[in-house]
Design a protein around this ligand. Structure first.
Ligand code: PMT
Length: 420
């Protein structure tokens, strides 16, 4: 339900304003905390007394009400809420919103808020169909304002058509749906996930290095998709063109050994995704000074040693450090799925995302990817998608698996305590 959700209900003018009272009652019944603002026109149709009695708090009507010392300022009031709901939204109020006008308390609050805004329009059918209202509606939708209704039906003025305020049940349902979608979008809240990305860079000497063509695009897409679902993402990236995913904590490293340290420092975590193209080798001893040609055209031999395998190390950790879900990527150029399957088993990760990085595919550095998700039970080829879509699909699969694991853990704990 919507227990504890705070809603700022702005009651606009119009004969349908009485439905705002029933909407308020339904929202209170569903657990929301409500504060009301009554516009001047709204005050012609409903009384502050009825709104105050049902909401259990003072009804605000005047911008200057809120300047008194004991009152909440209008900025605080507009930010106090989780949702600003306008019932009914008249043609005039929609026009004010679309223009960003702030000439009374209600319009000032809508302009000052940084919270989602939902409106339930109600007006005469000609006003609703007028090009000016259509333009305003388009602007509001573009501004991410959610719109409920209006419905078609007979109007108070005797005309018939669209413009009737949605029923209180419909408005309450839209509000509940809004909060449900938001909480669904935050399913990974409270979970930490480590994502490695980009190439690593291993010095040959002070001016040269070993690296690869990873751009970091796929790692960024995975990290952002997980962050959008509410996860705390620790994004450990090598020196990449794309190294700033939105909403993530970014750790920049250069070498594989630094990446390993940063990953270990970020544990424990619920999950890890290794999208980085880690250099498999580094110089046994990087030159202190720039290496010179021998002047005879002879080949230079580089003595390389293997880098630590970050994915294999994390997969081999015991509880509580090993993430519940460890996902690797496999970059192959031939026999992609067979190599990926063997890699998953060898490295001990739970899933591996296989992709063909032969130059002809354009995957390394490109905007698209064609992957096969390899798990212990299954091999699932996905169509060629944008890297953002691959990130989203993977994050969605991980979300289901992590939530399933969390539920199973909770059930086992209950059983252990004798509550089964
Ligand atoms: O960055 P983009 O341009 O968007 O390209 C994306 C990508 C092709 C780099 C990405 O989709 C990808 O395939 N990443 C893994 C690249 C890689 O190094 O694959 P691999 O098959 O060599 O390694 C297998 C797994 O082990 C990977 O998860 C890798 O991160 C991990 N590994 C490898 C070596 C090492 N020393 N430590 C590791 O953790």
């Amino acid at each position: 339900m919507i227990y504890g959700k705070r809603i700022l209900l702005i009651v606009g003018g119009g004969v349908a304003a009485f439905k705002a009272i029933e909407t308020l009652r339904l929202l209170r019944e569903r657990g929301a905390e409500i504060r009301c603002v009554l516009t001047k026109a709204g005050g012609e149709f409903v009384t502050p007394l009825s709104l105050g009695a049902l909401s259990g708090s003072k009804v605000h009507q005047d911008l200057f009400d809120l300047t008194a010392e004991a009152e909440m300022g209008h900025i605080q009031l507009s930010r106090w809420s989780d949702l600003v709901l306008v019932v009914p939204a008249t043609a005039d109020f929609m026009a004010k919103m679309a223009q960003g006008r702030a000439d009374d308390l209600a319009s000032t609050l809508v302009l000052a808020t940084d919270k989602p805004v939902m409106i339930a329009p109600a007006m005469n059918v000609r006003m609703w169909e007028h090009p000016a209202t259509r333009r305003n509606l388009e602007i509001l939708r573009r501004d991410n304002v959610k719109v409920v209704g209006p419905n078609a039906g007979e109007m108070a003025c005797g005309e018939y058509g669209y413009g009737r305020l949605s029923e209180p049940e419909e408005i309450a349902k839209a509000v509940v749906g809004h909060f449900l979608r938001r909480s669904r979008a935050q399913r990974l809240k409270g979970m930490r996930i480590v994502v490695t990305s980009g190439p690593t860079r291993e010095s040959i000497d002070p001016v040269r290095y070993i690296s690869n063509h990873s751009s970091g695009k796929q790692g960024v897409a995975v990290a952002e998709a997980l962050a959008r679902r509410g996860a705390e993402v620790i994004f450990v990236t090598g020196p990449a063109e794309f190294d700033s995913p939105e909403g993530c904590h970014v750790e920049r490293v250069t070498t594989a050994e630094e990446m390993l340290r940063a990953v270990m420092d970020a544990l424990p975590a619920e999950a890890m995704v290794a999208a980085a193209a880690v250099a498999d080798w580094r110089m046994e001893r990087p030159g202190e000074n720039k290496m010179k040609k021998d002047g005879q055209g002879g080949a230079q031999m580089l003595r390389l040693v293997e880098n630590p395998d970050i994915l294999a190390r994390v997969s081999a950790l015991g509880p509580p450090l090993r993430p519940k879900l460890v996902v690797g990527f496999a970059a192959e150029t031939t026999d992609v799925v067979n190599y990926a399957r063997a890699k998953r088993a060898r490295k001990g990760c739970d899933w591996i995302v296989a992709n063909d990085v032969s130059p002809a595919t354009g995957i390394m550095g490109g905007d698209e990817n064609a992957v096969v998700l390899v798990t212990a039970e299954d091999e699932e080829p996905w169509p060629r998608l944008s890297k953002r879509e691959v990130g989203d699909r993977l994050a969605e699969r991980m979300t289901s698996a992590l939530i399933g694991a969390a539920r199973a853990e909770a059930a086992a704990a209950l059983e252990k305590d004798g509550f089964a």
